[in-house]
Ligand binder design. Structure first.
Ligand code: ADP
Ligand code: MG
Length: 243
C-alpha cells in the first residue's frame, strides 16, 4: 500500500472541514475524488502534503508516518502537489521553470553553485515531449495558454520524482480537447506514480476513472466505487443536483 489514512479530521473555527475514517491507495493507482464545493477535497490534499496540520488521525506513506513532518520533508518523502492556482514563474521560460524543478530538492547553495548534472537537459526535453510543450520550451511561461500552463505545472511536480502525485482540478477552465489531453497524460503518469486527482467535470472523470472514484461530501467519504456505480448512486446524484 502506498498510502494509508485513518481517522483524519480537521476543523476550522468549529466547522469540521474533513472527517475521513479510512482511505487507502495502492502504488500506481489513479484515484479520482469528486464531491460538491466545500466538501473538503482540497483540505484533504492540504493535509496529505503537510500544508495543513490535522487535529487527529494518521497518514502512513510508503510505510512511514508523516505526523509532525514539515511540508518540505513530506515532499522529500515523495508526495508531490499540484495546486489549483497556477504557480509557475511567468518571467522564466518553460525550460527554466523545468530546470528549477529538477533542482528543487537540493539546498539553495548546491542548487546555485553546482554544475548542471549530466542528463538533466535530456530529462527536461523528454518531459516537455510528454506534456506536449516541446515547441514552447523557450517561450516565457507567462505567455503560455491556460492549458499549457497547467501542463507545465504537472511537469514541474513530476520532475521532482514523486511516488505520489496530488492534482487538484487539472481540467478546470480547459477546452474539451485540452481536458482530453490532460486525461491521457494523467493515465500515462499513473503507470509510474500513484495519482490522486480532484475533479468536478464528470465527462473528464469518466475518461480517467479506470479504477475507483471516492466521493466526499461534508468532509466525509460518502462512497467509493467504479465510475459507473458512483455515477448512478442516488445519493451522489442528489448532492450534485443540490437535492
Ligand atoms: P473543496 O476543495 O471540496 O471545495 P475545501 O477543502 O476547500 O473544499 O473546503 C472545505 C471546507 O473547509 C469549506 O467549508 C471551507 O470553507 C473550509 N476551509 C478550507 N480551508 C480553510 C482554511 N484554511 N480556513 C478556514 N476554513 C477553511
Ligand atoms: Mg477545492
Amino acid at each position: 500500500m502506498l498510502l494509508e489514512v485513518n481517522e483524519l479530521a480537521v476543523s476550522f473555527g468549529g466547522v469540521q472541514a474533513l472527517n475521513l475514517q479510512h482511505f487507502q491507495l495502492e502504488d500506481r493507482e489513479l484515484r479520482v475524488i469528486i464531491g460538491p464545493n466545500g466538501a473538503g477535497k482540497s483540505t484533504f490534499m492540504d493535509i496529505l502534503c503537510g500544508k495543513t496540520k490535522p487535529d487527529t488521525g494518521s497518514i502512513v506513506f510508503n510505510g512511514k508516518p508523516t505526523r509532525g513532518l514539515t511540508e518540505v520533508q513530506i515532499a522529500e518523502m515523495g508526495i508531490g502537489r499540484k495546486f489549483q492556482k497556477p504557480s509557475v514563474f511567468p518571467g522564466l521560460s518553460v525550460y527554466e521553470n523545468m530546470l528549477l524543478a529538477t533542482r528543487m530538492k537540493k539546498d539553495v547553495f548546491t542548487s546555485l553553485f553546482s554544475r548542471m548534472p549530466a542528463g538533466v537537459q535530456e530529462k527536461i526535453e523528454a518531459m516537455a515531449e510528454r506534456v506536449g510543450l516541446t515547441s514552447a520550451l523557450h517561450k516565457q511561461a507567462g505567455a503560455l495558454s491556460h492549458g499549457q500552463k497547467q501542463w507545465l505545472e504537472i511537469a514541474i511536480v513530476v520532475l521532482q520524482d514523486p511516488r505520489l502525485l496530488l492534482i487538484d482540478e487539472p481540467a478546470a477552465g480547459m477546452s474539451d480537447r485540452e481536458a482530453e489531453k490532460t486525461g491521457e497524460l494523467l493515465l500515462e503518469l499513473s503507470k509510474q506514480h500513484g495519482v490522486i486527482v480532484i475533479e468536478h467535470d464528470m465527462h473528464f472523470v469518466k475518461q480517467i476513472a479506470t479504477k475507483l472514484v471516492s466521493v466526499l461530501v461534508n468532509g466525509k467519504l460518502l462512497m467509493e466505487g467504479p465510475f459507473e456505480e458512483v455515477k448512478n448512486d442516488q445519493r451522489v446524484i442528489d448532492c450534485y443536483l443540490g437535492r
